[in-house]
Write a new protein. Structure first.
Length: 305
């Protein structure tokens, strides 16, 4: 069953089309990764889901309800964490957490205390004294203290150190294990890779690929490091070979996954002494998409977000 359904979502600001026919869905108990570079349309999509912006065209439903017309009902069942959290400067972190939890009708004190300890937050300090990372912790603790059915997280670990990122990942897996759904927009691709069941890649307001990581890996390359008794000839003539380099450790190159069998068969003739292969990462997939698209359109590759 789908908790979130986005069908043909289009959003225009005057003549500028920010979202152009976006389609994706998030199932019950699923963690869905939503990735793309700056300006791709991630935050605009999330604002439409939250009922902050009205779609120009298309349909957005959360729990079967319309995102714009039934936003109040929807918000009773979702928790949202933005990438840049603004808090009331004169309230303490603890007071803000309590306020958010009460707004959702929850009162799980033990969960609140457990998360404050996990995230190593001092809840007695005024919010004006908090760093960006601590403001982020307040929003995350408030979100995960509530018993939401859908968690919408837009760059949620922005400003967190690696230790706190790990705590965040544990919290996501915990809500997933309880059957809740998560929409995670992130530029930390290793985080998306660890947590997400499926991924949607958005570029210039369009979803260019959606699927599980295993489904999307056909688009990327495996990294190979090899040492052989004899030097390998004709490697660059094989299909699917990229970025051949001689290093101190041996010969390194990338190979399109579907060509791996042929390539291994070819290099085995030269007496393999060492062979290491690294599986393709989401980052490889992502960069390859943008490199190939931008080159074909005569554009320079933009930064990843």
């Amino acid at each position: 069953m789908s908790v979130l359904e986005v069908s043909n979502l289009t959003k225009k600001f005057g003549k500028f089309t920010a979202l152009d026919g976006v389609n994706f869905e998030v199932g019950s108990g699923e963690v869905f990764g939503f990735i793309g570079p700056n300006g791709a349309g991630k935050s605009t999509t999330i604002r439409v889901l939250l009922g902050i912006l009205k779609a120009t065209e298309g349909e957005v439903k959360l729990f079967g309800k319309d995102a714009w017309n039934e936003a109040v009902e929807i918000h009773k069942r979702l928790a949202y964490v933005p990438g840049d959290v603004n808090l009331w400067p004169n309230l303490t972190g603890g007071e803000v957490i309590d306020l958010f939890v009460k707004l959702r009708g929850g009162n799980n004190k033990s969960r609140r205390e457990e998360l404050i300890k996990k995230f190593d937050l001092d809840p007695t300090k005024k919010c004006r004294t908090y760093s960006k990372g601590n403001r982020q912790k307040v929003a995350l603790i408030a979100a995960f203290s509530s018993d939401a059915d859908l968690y919408i997280l837009d760059e949620p670990t922005s400003g967190l150190d690696p230790l706190m990122e790990k705590v965040f990942q544990e919290c996501v897996m915990d809500v997933k294990n309880r059957g809740k759904s998560v929409l995670l927009s992130s530029h930390i691709l290793s985080e998306v890779e660890k947590l997400c069941d499926r991924v949607g890649i958005i570029r210039q307001g369009k979803i260019i690929e959606t699927g599980s990581l295993s489904e999307l890996r056909h688009l990327t390359r495996t990294h190979i490091l090899v040492e052989t008794k004899q030097s390998i000839s004709s490697l660059n003539e094989l299909q699917g070979i990229h970025k051949i380099e001689e290093t101190d450790q041996g010969l390194t190159f990338q190979v399109d996954t579907e060509q791996l069998d042929d390539v291994i068969r070819h290099i085995s003739q030269f007496g393999i002494e060492k062979l290491e292969s690294a599986p393709p990462t989401l980052e490889d997939l992502f960069m390859r998409h943008y490199e190939s698209k931008d080159k074909s359109e005569g554009k320079e590759t933009g930064g990843v977000r």
